[in-house]
Design a protein around this ligand. Structure first.
Ligand code: ATP
Ligand code: MG
Length: 302
């Protein structure tokens, strides 16, 4: 499951979708076969990768609620090597409909595990809505790790603590293998006083979980979605394109073991010695502390 990554942060507008779309597209440019799953009713990842969401007839809604085959909804995108399980407006009601559904946290995981064809993808990247509701919990239950885009803002650490708490709950209830993939600073403006302060605080707590690649605030990144293009297709010489390419390189380096021939098969629990570079040992996973609200505490595990 180490090749299934959820991009999550319950805070809105922190570049989850921008990161999911551009990481997927950059990995595709590097020749990796990618499945991008859009779990957000806003369907921004769907349109951002170049698919007209108003023309999507079957979406991830049909998989979550209708128990349809995920393979049956996957479509090609204009991005090389990137296929998409799209979202559409139907997904708006899914969270409420899921409340009384059997195995409500496992709907996405079950659909992926039923499908051997999912093995063709080297990475599955899941974009989530800005909440920690059932859609995001479905993503957490289906995934191996969580990639957190974060803006350097005053309340960012507080949000991180809530996110960690949800990850801990999911570990206890539906997916013990889930771990934190890493954190990437997004929309960074080094001129803002708070930026370095927040960065240092986060690095003190999350240490090497923090990606070295930083995504700067870049107007070309903000423009690209309105053209339905990832940044590499919109302006590949922009700072934004360079940043996401670097992020993809660092991601691949961290996942070098995930891509090894012994890569675990979809649906199997991670075996010993197969964990990705960034996967903490079971002891570390168990001890991975909740982040202190307010961000002024220390890691309890040392
Ligand atoms: P939501 O919580 O609503 O799903 P999100 O976390 O997915 O939002 P995005 O939609 O990716 O966030 O980004 C929010 C806005 O910021 C978008 O308009 C996007 O184009 C813009 N944006 C994202 N990253 C950058 C960047 N590095 N520089 C400038 N603008 C950016
Ligand atoms: Mg989004």
């Amino acid at each position: 499951m180490n090749n299934r990554i959820v991009v999550a942060n319950q805070k809105g507008g922190v570049a989850k979708t921008t990161t999911a779309v551009n990481l997927a597209s950059s990995l595709g440019q590097f020749g990796k076969k990618i499945l991008l799953i859009d779990l957000d009713p806003q369907a921004n990842a769907t349109s951002g990768i170049g698919v007209d969401k108003s023309k999507v007839s079957k979406s991830i809604y049909d998989v979550l609620i209708g128990e349809g085959d995920i393979e049956a909804i996957v479509i090609d995108t204009p991005s090389p090597n990137v296929r998409l399980a799209p979202a559409n407006l139907a997904l708006v009601g899914a969270e409420i409909e899921l409340v009384h559904a059997p195995r409500r946290e496992f709907r996405l995981a079950d659909s992926i595990n039923r499908n051997a064809s999912i093995n063709q993808y080297e990475f599955i990247i899941i974009d989530t809505p800005p909440s920690l509701g059932l859609l995001t919990v479905n993503a957490f239950t289906a995934a191996g790790s969580v990639l957190i885009p974060m803006q350097c803002e005053y309340y960012a650490l507080e949000g991180l603590a809530q996110l960690y708490q949800t990850v801990q709950l999911v570990r206890q209830k539906s997916n013990p293998a889930l771990h934190i993939e890493g954190l990437v600073f997004s929309m960074v403006d080094m001129r803002a006083n708070l930026t370095v302060q927040v960065m240092n605080e986060v690095k003190n707590i999350l240490k090497d979980k923090v990606y070295e690649s930083i995504i700067p605030r870049n107007v070309r990144l903000a423009e690209a979605p309105s053209f339905g293009k990832p940044i590499a297709a919109y302006d590949r010489h922009s700072k934004g394109a360079e940043a996401y390419e670097n992020l993809a390189k660092e991601f691949l380096k961290r996942h070098s073991q995930t891509l090894s021939p012994s890569r675990e098969r979809t649906g199997e629990a991670p075996g010993e010695g197969q964990a990705a570079e960034t996967t903490p040992s079971p002891a570390v996973v168990a001890a991975e502390p909740l982040l202190p609200v307010g961000g002024d505490g220390e890691r309890s595990s040392g």
